[in-house]
Ligand binder design. Structure first.
Ligand code: NIG
Ligand code: FE
Length: 392
């Protein structure tokens, strides 16, 4: 038996001598001294080392920890420009208001397709190298019919999980907010829907209000998209309740929730996607993960990678923040970064290493996933496999 080369796809591969395997499969979530067999890009078998069936190839994991690839279910990767100055000002006491979105819109509109694709590709590669094997990518920095469509077309080159966020803010060149909402629900939606799976709205004071949010999400759903939204990020508001009312897959941010919001998310089965990179980079209070978990809400963790509020592509960093700043246990944070993200995207084939799942797995340079939080900032991702192929 040999170790396959990078990029090679063997018929079947045995990952042997895994010190700790996190499968994400309830009932046998963690297996010590484990092995895992991949066949045709899927997980074919997991169990104790020494009892594994034969395979064509063998990878000696040498006692390290294996986890599913991270599922980053909220990222804004198609943009140009840089907002370093805004970040510096914030670190000297300025408040984050999302007003900088317009700076990125101007830079994005001015950029060529090639430049946008190249920058997106770099961010996706950064993510992959840090263990992310599924990523959602939103539009939202074009805000014209042509620019939103091309951002989504570019995003589609990298993932099936694309999200139409024409309703990020009202662009400065719109005749009025009402006029822009008409475009977002009409011509822009028709142009973008073929490239998108999801529709999203930034429901926040200064962006879109409750009525506009309902109107935009409903139009998107009618066009065959599924709903998710930016809710309750900068202050209390109607976003989480609307997510529950319209059966959105996920309400994202969830930093300022009332008891009624938490109850509504729980009873409607809406995932709460928490984005601690945004609180870190905007110096804001973190969302209360414990309250959501205690109410039975499924929690996801994602990067929110974007040039304004959270310019990190690192899921390990978000796991570390969730543990240190949001009171999640390392196990809860790992679940949220894998299975939670998959649920937020309504996917059952990723975010888990149960039999039949896509063979997206990460070998950590550590004996346990606890090290993701215990050793923050350390590059612990030793190998990344996607659909059974070695990628990093
Ligand atoms: O999710 N809140 C809205 N959108 C992004 C930030 C966008 C920006 O500042 O460029 C977010 O945090
Ligand atoms: Fe966002």
């Amino acid at each position: 038996m040999t170790t396959p080369e990078k990029g090679a796809r063997a018929g079947s591969t045995l990952f042997d001598r895994i010190g700790l395997l996190y499968t994400g499969d309830p009932g046998r979530e963690e297996i010590e001294q484990a092995a895992l067999v991949v066949e045709d890009g899927r997980v074919a078998w997991t169990g104790p080392a020494g009892r594994a069936p034969d395979a064509d190839e063998r990878v000696d994991v040498e006692g390290r920890c294996v986890i599913p690839g991270f599922v980053d279910s909220h990222a804004h990767l198609v943009f140009a420009g840089d907002r370093t100055a805004e970040f510096t000002a914030r670190m000297s006491g300025e408040r984050y208001t999302a007003g900088g979105i317009r700076t990125t819109v101007a830079a994005t509109r001015a950029a060529s397709d090639d430049l946008l694709a190249e920058r997106t590709s770099r961010l996706v590669a950064e993510m992959l190298a840090q263990g992310t094997t599924t990523v959602e990518i939103k539009s939202g920095y074009g805000l014209s019919v042509d620019d939103e469509r091309r951002c989504l077309r570019i995003a589609r080159g990298f993932t099936e999980e694309t999200t139409y966020l024409g309703a990020h803010v009202v662009p400065p060149d719109a005749a009025s907010a009402d006029d822009y909402v008409r475009t977002v629900t009409g011509e822009m939606l028709r142009a973008c829907a073929p490239y998108a799976r999801w529709v999203d709205v930034f429901c926040e004071r200064g962006a879109f209000d409750a009525d506009q949010t309902r109107e935009i999400l409903t139009a998107g759903i009618k066009a065959g998209l599924r709903a998710r939204l930016h809710a309750n990020q900068l202050g209390p508001g109607p976003g989480a309740a609307i997510a529950a009312e319209l059966g959105a897959a996920s309400a994202d941010h969830c930093t300022h929730l009332s008891d009624a919001d938490v109850e509504a998310l729980s009873s409607a089965g809406v995932v709460a996607t928490l984005l601690p990179g945004a609180e870190f980079s905007t110096r804001s209070p973190y969302p209360d993960a414990r309250r959501l978990l205690e109410a039975g809400v499924t929690v996801a963790l994602a990067t929110d990678c974007n040039p304004g509020s959270s310019f990190t592509s690192s899921m390990p960093f978000c796991v570390a923040l969730a543990v240190r700043e949001m009171g999640m246990t390392p196990l809860e944070a790992l679940r949220a970064a894998t299975m939670g993200g998959a649920r937020a995207l309504r996917r059952t084939d990723v975010g888990t290493l149960r039999t039949g799942a896509r063979a997206d797995l990460v070998v950590l340079e550590a004996p346990s996933y606890v090290h993701l939080a215990y050793r923050p900032g350390v590059p612990l991702v030793a190998q990344v496999w996607q659909g059974g192929r070695r990628q990093a």
